[in-house]
Design a protein around this ligand. Structure first.
Ligand SMILES: [Zn+2]
Length: 290
């Protein structure tokens, strides 16, 4: 029988994997799952994510108020909440500091496009959000120009964020992102990186469309990209400070795979049937992935 305990265990399992992959050090990183329209289950601060227990998880509302759990919520939860407020199709967020992806975020180099098919098929463009102080609402808003249309983000001089339908979906995107950056760094050591040509990209985007994920960029984005081969150029810091916390919290879309329109906003474990249905559906998907 699927239950809330298994969902908490899924967050612990993602923690073990990011720790084993060296995506974090010490108490770094945080991940979350939106369990209702105004309730997010998330990892706490000041704990190694590789050694968490299900009871360590905390619950916050979409304004960042802690409404459940004995431990303290992380200040970086704001970037998760900003994503949930803007994306009705996202149910889970993973934020870590994977070394290869973070190396690009530190150099502030534009990630080359049209190099590996898996990246174009499953991640698309990966923007570099400008630097902001961790844990602030400015930090959360640093991804604002891209949050609606992207699933992976590099954070300047900090790390990376990926989003998905469940914790493993978001985690796998993080694996793909760091693997890509690792290959780029190895390729730079071995010689150079070269791009798939225009005809190859057109074919790839046709495959992507068949998979049900049309790419709004079109195949021409490779031809017009600034970097055709060799080292990319640094991206200027484009940060525009935001005045403060978000006050508008749009309702979730009815087209979402999980209809949470009537979901509760009270602390766990007082869950209603809608919230229970969401968790059941997510855990069913998690079970299929194992
Ligand atoms: Zn961080």
């Amino acid at each position: 029988m699927i239950n809330e305990a298994e969902l908490r265990e899924a967050l612990c399992e993602v923690g073990r994997r990011v720790w084993q992959k060296n995506f974090i050090a010490s108490n770094d990183g945080n991940f979350s799952f939106r369990i209702a329209e105004n309730a997010v289950l998330c990892t706490p601060t000041m704990i190694s994510k590789g050694f968490m227990r299900p009871e360590d998880m905390v619950v916050v509302d979409l304004q960042g108020n802690q409404i459940g759990g004995a431990r303290k919520a992380t200040s970086e939860i704001k970037i998760h909440l900003f994503i949930y407020q803007r994306r009705a199709d996202v149910y889970s967020v993973v934020h870590v500091h994977p070394p290869h992806a973070t190396a690009f975020a530190v150099t502030r180099l534009e990630l080359p496009k049209c190099v590996l098919p898996e990246i174009e098929l499953f991640l698309g463009e990966i923007p570099l959000a400008p630097y902001a102080t961790t844990g602030t609402w400015e930090f959360a808003h640093s991804i604002a120009p891209w949050v609606e249309n992207h699933d992976a983000f590099l954070l300047t001089n900090h790390g990376a964020v990926t989003v998905g339908l469940d914790p493993f979906d978001a985690y796998y995107k993080m694996e793909t992102l760091d693997q890509y950056c690792r290959i780029l760094l190895l390729a730079a050591q071995a010689g150079d990186w070269n791009r798939i040509d225009h005809a190859g990209m057109k074919e790839l985007l046709r495959v992507k469309e068949k998979l049900g994920v049309p790419d709004p960029r079109g195949a021409d984005f490779c031809a017009t990209a600034t970097v055709k081969s060799g080292r990319p150029k640094p991206i200027p810091n484009r940060f525009v400070p935001h005045p403060g916390p978000i006050t508008d919290t749009p309702k979730l879309s009815g087209s979402s795979p999980f209809d949470t329109a009537k979901a509760h906003a009270s602390p766990l474990p007082a869950m209603n049937d809608d919230a229970r249905m969401i968790i059941d559906e997510v855990l069913r998907r998690l079970a299929q992935r194992r």
